[in-house]
Ligand binder design. Structure first.
Ligand code: SF4
Ligand code: SF4
Length: 388
């Protein structure tokens, strides 16, 4: 018997216990192919606890991975995200996994600088490529190093026609100076733009107001047309949750929409499994291991100390980032709560009010069927956090 069968998910009710560590029929296997990276982004979350670069070799093999999948994930629909470090630095593992499990769906999260190393057959099989970029050239190169923005744009243009699925710009909205124009350029040139507010002390002075000014323009543009989607994932997701509230239950069962409480497994190169890729430094977060072939429920679950259930945003936000809530309210890191978590929650509530100002139900009612389909059902919702 595995540990998992003995554990009750803390959020489960007594009448409906979740005995399965994976809630629902799908599971995302996020394989950190390496913890090495060829860039040095200033805000990298793997820098916490010196995780970045700490594991350079894989400590499990493909047979152990297959045995884990057979025993722990039997009957689930599996999709794999290659993650790192920079995952393309371990191309042999990516190839081995894609050949061994041809029926899975695949996503790549990459900094884009080595994308042109992927052979065509791999590009064809990718359902989504998340390309990390921070905005325009000055912003991106400021965080990532000189010349990175141009190199990424060139590489994406070079491989784009050969990628089977979508290409999503993944932005960490770090600086308050990030402009509407640079986010808009990304939204217009990629299939989707997805951003998260940086989990760092970047919310002092007038920086919230500056971000709100940009958010007002992005939200205005989102509602400007009903015949063409403005493909900003956090806005699509929030609008979906407001106009089709039952959808918030479907993929994540009403728990956080970043999947850490329900169905994402981050597998480190050493085989240990964690729910959140930003908390790999904390042994208390471990929820399984490939070699030992065990899995238990995610420890990142709703907690009475979290303020979400009395928040105006709860119905559509559903506890945005469990790492932030855990650090701020469960571990009691007051400085982090005040300087990072609360400002981000303020921005989320602000976005909700701005969306309401545009009467999302009336907009959805007028939208063309392709736009409605995308808002309701976009496959990309499965691959990203949805909330910012
Ligand atoms: S805005 Fe913050 S407090 Fe409100 S539900 Fe979301 S994460 Fe929780
Ligand atoms: S949004 Fe989810 S996956 Fe991302 S850092 Fe927060 S808890 Fe982790």
């Amino acid at each position: 018997m595995t540990e998992s069968t003995l554990e009750l998910r803390p959020a489960a009710s007594a009448s409906q216990p979740h005995l399965d560590p994976i809630v629902g029929g799908r599971v995302e296997l996020q394989l950190l192919t390496t913890l090495k990276c060829n860039l040095k982004c200033t805000y990298c979350s793997l820098g916490v606890g010196d995780v970045l670069g700490s594991q350079t070799e894989l400590k499990y093999d493909i047979e152990q991975l297959a045995a884990f999948i057979d025993k722990q994930l039997a009957g689930k629909e599996i999709y794999v995200t290659f993650y790192g470090g920079e995952p393309t630095l371990n191309l042999p593992l990516m190839k081995e996994v894609m050949r061994r499990f041809p029926g899975f769906r695949y996503q790549l999260q990459t900094n884009g600088t080595l994308l042109d190393n992927l052979p065509d057959w791999m590009l064809h099989k990718l359902s989504n490529v998340l390309v990390s970029i921070d905005g325009g050239e000055a912003t991106t190169d400021g965080f990532r190093g000189r010349g990175v923005w141009r190199q990424v744009q060139k590489n994406v243009a070079h491989v784009r026609d050969r990628i089977g699925g979508t290409v999503t710009a993944r932005v960490t909205w770090g600086k308050p100076e990030t402009s509407f124009e640079e986010l808009d350029d990304l939204a217009e040139s990629f299939d989707y733009l997805y951003w998260q507010f940086v989990a760092d002390e970047q919310y002092g002075g007038d920086s919230l107001e500056r971000r709100k000014e940009v958010l007002v323009r992005l939200i205005d543009k989102f509602f400007n047309r009903t015949d063409k989607l403005y493909p900003l994932i956090p806005l699509m997701g929030m609008v979906r949750n407001k106009v089709l509230p039952s959808r918030v239950e479907e993929l994540c069962h009403g728990l956080t929409q970043c999947r850490v409480s329900t169905h994402i497994l981050n597998v480190m190169p050493d085989g240990r499994i964690f729910p959140c890729p930003d908390m790999l430094y904390d042994p208390a977060m471990q929820m399984g291991e490939i070699q030992g072939n065990w899995l238990k429920c995610s420890p990142l679950q709703p907690h009475p100390a979290m303020p979400c259930e009395s928040c105006e945003a709860f119905a559509w936000c559903r506890r945005n980032c469990m790492k932030n809530l855990h650090r701020g309210y469960v571990q009691g890191d007051a400085a982090y709560r005040e300087r990072v978590v609360e400002p981000i929650c303020e921005l989320i509530r602000f976005m909700g009010r701005e969306i309401d100002r545009h009467d999302p139900q009336a907009w959805f009612a007028e939208a063309t069927l392709p736009v409605r389909k995308q808002v309701a059902d976009a496959e990309v919702y499965e691959y990203v956090e949805i909330m910012p």
